[in-house]
Design a protein around this ligand. Sequence first.
Ligand code: AP5
Length: 218
Amino acid sequence: MRLILLGPPGAGKGTQAAVLSEELKIPHISTGDIFRANIKGGTPLGLLARSYIDSGKLVPDDVTVDIVGSRLKDDDCKNGFIMDGFPRTIPQAQLFDKMLDERNTAIDAVINITADDSVIIKRLSGRRMCPCGKIYHMESNPPKTEGICDVCGSRLYIRDDDKEETIRERLRTYHQQTSPLVDYYQKKGLLLDFDGTKPKEVTTREILESLKNLTKRV
Ligand code: AP5
């Protein structure tokens, strides 16, 4: 399956993508994770991306589309993928459509996870990350030992862009540049809506159920 996860920052895209990737046996591709890995590695791409990410803005479309284009050439994408955080603008979506068209493939569904701004601000200020990729929350999903990852034992950290001021700017960016994609994919008949404020296991179940119904119809 070829899926896109859409939704505001903190709606739970990364949380759901990790489970869906395991269940559906397709890779989870997060443009945010790719940028953060490059920032950590001190690459030229990381240096460029950092200035945008730290101020809550989007990395330019041409840079982002190129990264996705080369990631899609990897073998593990042959049978599908879950795009988390891409596309994020109408030009990105149009270029992505073209890219898939050239490969004689197309998106099967767009999973739109919703949550109000007030929920998001509360959520993101409580988020804790592990370098291994596991996502925690101080209240809704704490690790067994405070500050330590249950899976790999590393120390958890707070993302640089999870400061309240940057979160508010990310939300503004989402409403201005990304939310028009809801309409874009609705018109293509691909949009599936999910309430991201339900317990995460409930949302996972609802998404998997919808995808099952989708494959039955094909
Ligand atoms: P990115 O890393 O994609 O960040 P984002 O879209 O802002 O989304 P987040 O990762 O913050 O949230 P999420 O929806 O994944 O939520 P999560 O599952 O972690 O992008 C970062 C930056 O990179 C962008 O701002 C931009 O600058 C740049 N960028 C990336 N892609 C780009 C693109 N295509 N074009 C241009 N620039 C791009 O959950 C959040 C918290 O809530 C966690 O603590 C979690 O435990 C908790 N939680 C999750 N679900 C639930 C639930 N159901 N109930 C209670 N708590 C929950």
